[in-house]
Design a protein around this ligand. Structure first.
Ligand code: AMP
Ligand code: GLY
Length: 424
């Protein structure tokens, strides 16, 4: 089979790394890819939002399956376009991707199908939103309805902060159209975890549990990022809770999407809040998590290619996925300044020394090659992923890799995985 992966971050490196191990693969391409991905796939210089360019490539090379990593091409309808032209593509259609693209759509879906989540109301009028916030009190959460590059959520500790967020979104319009409608919801206490399931729109195949570290600084302090590290499995999701999440959240969501006339195929990402042994939905995403994909895919024993193909073709079987017993921990190494403006073009040293370690994979996210050297080119640069018989050993392994790699101004968290240790 000839496969094209769309994207060029750490998540796509992990996907390419895993897909390349499948005996079904005859040729693997990635658009646009990165220097790490280039070790396993031929990188082609086509941007992720150039749907026509990607379609032309798929047609010329007679690609059998396109696997879409990031949300942007999904919300642009890449799967609709490819399917119409007769090419198999893994990911949700544009209307199914609304589960991520519109908070109001996602909240209404959950209300209609009895999926546990925070209580909420939707507003298109600033004064009505403010009156509701004053009535509810703080803490409270204000969300722009549309996609706002992960920044459209304000977790407000006071009523004044919440009102300021409403004004930013609805009066100042800082998120443009995405903020003209907002969702105001109950603040949920608890511990966050990530849950993923493959689905073909009907059948589901849940993945192992995982947990991200969203804040930039140790101890979950500082601003939110795309994710500074992740591990799998996540002990906060016990086996009975895993089963309960599948039956009370994943299955009704997939059935609900079909019931709404927009069946969801691809990988469904559910951000959860766990409190007192119960899970509620924080948000849905229409794609694999980054960095959660890194520890999950190094633990996955089953061949991923038949699963991806079955999701794209609507033929998924509900046999369980096989996992390696080892735990995996991914530590993200980032550029100075991230998640704000960050430096680029710093030479990365020690990649080969790290690659020589056993039970360690260095996934590239924001890197590029310049005059034969690998340099930094993004906020999140590498995802150093270690395996171990326990979480503690996986943490040690990942940081052994991190210790061998350096560049000027590198930043990373020193406490990735500690939450899991505190529970085991
Ligand atoms: P979202 O983009 O919806 O995932 O929100 C970003 C982050 O805001 C989440 O990862 C949570 O940390 C936090 N958050 C969102 N909604 C809530 C909520 N209802 N209660 C508590 N925290 C929330
Ligand atoms: N790890 C968070 C995300 O992929 O959005």
């Amino acid at each position: 089979m000839k496969i094209l992966v769309v994207g060029g971050g750490g998540r796509e490196h992990a996907l390419v790394w895993k897909i390349a191990q499948s005996p079904f693969v005859e040729k693997l391409y990635c658009a646009p890819g990165n220097p790490g991905i280039a070790q396993h796939a031929e990188c082609v210089d086509i941007a992720v939002d150039d749907i026509e360019g990607l379609l032309g490539f798929v047609r010329t090379k007679e690609i059998d399956l396109t696997v879409v990593g990031p949300e942007l091409p999904l919300t642009l309808g890449i799967v609709d376009t490819f399917t119409k032209e007769g090419f198999a593509a893994f990911g949700p259609t544009r209307s199914a991707a609304r589960i991520e693209g519109s908070k109001e759509f996602a909240k209404d879906l959950m209300a209609r199908y009895g999926i546990p989540t925070a209580a909420y109301r939707t507003f298109s009028d600033r004064d009505a939103a403010v009156a509701y916030i004053r009535e509810q009190g703080a803490p409270i959460v204000v969300k722009a309805d549309g996609l706002a590059a992960g920044k459209g959520v304000a977790v407000a500790e006071t009523v004044e902060e919440a009102v300021a967020a409403v004004d930013q979104m609805m009066v100042e319009g800082v998120f443009g159209d995405a903020g003209s409608r907002i969702v105001v919801e109950e603040f949920m206490f608890g511990e966050e975890a990530s849950f993923f399931a493959f689905t073909d729109g009907k059948n589901i195949l849940p993945l192992a549990s995982s947990q991200d570290h969203k804040r930039i600084f140790d101890g979950d302090r500082g601003p939110n990022t795309g994710g500074m590290g992740a591990y799998s499995p996540a002990p906060v999701i016990t086996e009975p809770l895993h089963d309960e999440i599948v039956e009370t959240i994943v299955r009704p969501t997939v059935e609900g999407m079909a019931g709404e006339g927009c069946p969801y195929a691809g990988i469904l990402y559910i951000g959860l809040m766990i409190s007192e042994g119960k899970a509620r939905v924080v948000e849905f995403n229409a794609r694999f998590g980054d960095p959660e994909a890194q520890p999950l895919l190094v633990r996955l024993k089953s061949d991923i290619v038949p699963v991806l193909m079955a999701c794209a073709r609507g033929e998924l079987k509900e046999d369980a996925l096989q996992w390696h017993d080892k735990s995996a921990v991914c530590v993200v190494m980032a550029s100075a300044g991230y998640p704000g403006d960050y430096e680029k073009g710093r030479e990365i040293r020690g990649l080969e020394e790290a690659a020589a370690l056993e039970d360690l994979v260095v996934f590239h996210a924001g890197t590029e090659e310049k005059e034969g050297r690998v340099v930094t080119s993004g906020g999140r640069v590498l995802g150093v992923t270690g395996l171990g018989v326990s979480v503690a050993e996986a943490i040690d392994q990942a940081y052994k890799g991190v210790d061998r790699i350096s560049w000027e101004g590198v930043v990373y968290r020193k406490d990735i995985g500690q939450k899991a240790l505190n529970r085991s």
